[in-house]
Write a protein that binds this ligand. Sequence first.
Ligand code: ADP
Length: 321
Amino acid sequence: MASPSIVVVGSINLDVVVRCAALPRPGQTVTGDNLHEVGGGKGANQAVAAARLGARATLIGRVGGDAAGRRLRDGLVAEGVALPSELITPEVSSGTAIIAVEHSGENHILLIPGANACLTPADVERHAEHIRSAQVLLLQLEVPVATVIAAARLARAVGVRVLLDPAPAPAHLDPALSHVDLLSPNRSEAEALVGRPLPTIADITDAARELVARGAGAVVITLGADGALLCAEGLAHHLPAFPIHAVDTTAAGDAFKAGLAMRWAEGATLVESVRFALAAGALAASRPGAQPSLPRRDAVEALLTTYAGASITAATARGTP
Ligand code: ADP
C-alpha cells in the first residue's frame, strides 16, 4: 500500500532551552548551565512524527526571514517533511520559545509566535491542492484560528478527514472547529473545552460524549500514563497506556496525534488507530527531548507486537446509557 499523505497546517518554532539551578525571579539575573536550540512547535513536531511513522508528510507553516527560519526549514526537509517553498515572511522573526528549566524540572516559557502569526487563510488557499489530495489533515491551534478554520473547511468540502488537536486550549472552540471528524484534546484541554474538572474516567467519558454531541465525529482524550479515552459511534473505550518507564513526556502528545492520523489515514478502525497512537506516545515519553524522542514506525510495531492483545482486551467499551 502507498504511504498515506498527511498534511499539517501549523506552527514551526525554534525552542531555545536553558537549564539553571533556580529560575530567575523578576529583576534577578541567574547563570544558566548551557543552551540548546532545537526545532519545535506542534505543527512541526507532528509533521516530523508523521514522516518518521512512514507518512508522506507536508507542512504548511511559516518561518521568518532569519537564520533560524532557514535552519528550521532545512531540519524539516532533512526529516522528509515537504514544505511549500514560498512560506517565508522576511520582516518577522521565526516563532521562538525561550524555555528556562530549573534542575527540579519546573520551567518558565516565553513564546514569541513570530511568523506563525502570519500564516493566513490565503496561504491555505494557495496550497489547497496538497490538502485536497491528502488522506488526513492534521491541525492544532498555534496558528491563527481563521487559518485553521479555512483549512478544515477546505478539507471537509472534498471529504478529506480532519483531525484537530485543540492545543493550546481555547477559552471557546469556534463552532466550525467543533465539527471536525476527530477531536483529540489532552485531559486539561478537554477540561477547558467543557468548562469543568474531569477527575475520573466516568467524568472524562461524559466530556467526550458532550464534545461528540457538540458536533465532533469522534473524540479521543489523551490521559498521559492512564492511556486514552475514545468516544465514537455511541461507544466509549478506555484504552490503557503501554507500561513504559517515562523519562520525558515532552512531545508524547505530538507523537500520539501523528500516530492516530497515520493509522486512521491507512484505513484502520479508530480503536486500532488509538492503540497505534498509544504506542507512539509511550515511546516518545520513554526518551528525552521533543523531536529527537519521536519514534519510527518499526519501533512502534515492535512495541505493539510485544503487547499484542493485552491493551485491546483491557479496553472497556461502554454503550450509550
Ligand atoms: P500531552 O503530552 O499533550 O499533555 P498526554 O500527557 O495525555 O498528552 O500524553 C499523550 C500520550 O502519550 C498518552 O495518551 C500516552 O499514549 C503517552 N504517554 C504519556 N505519558 C505516558 C506514560 N507515563 N506512560 C505511557 N504512555 C504515556
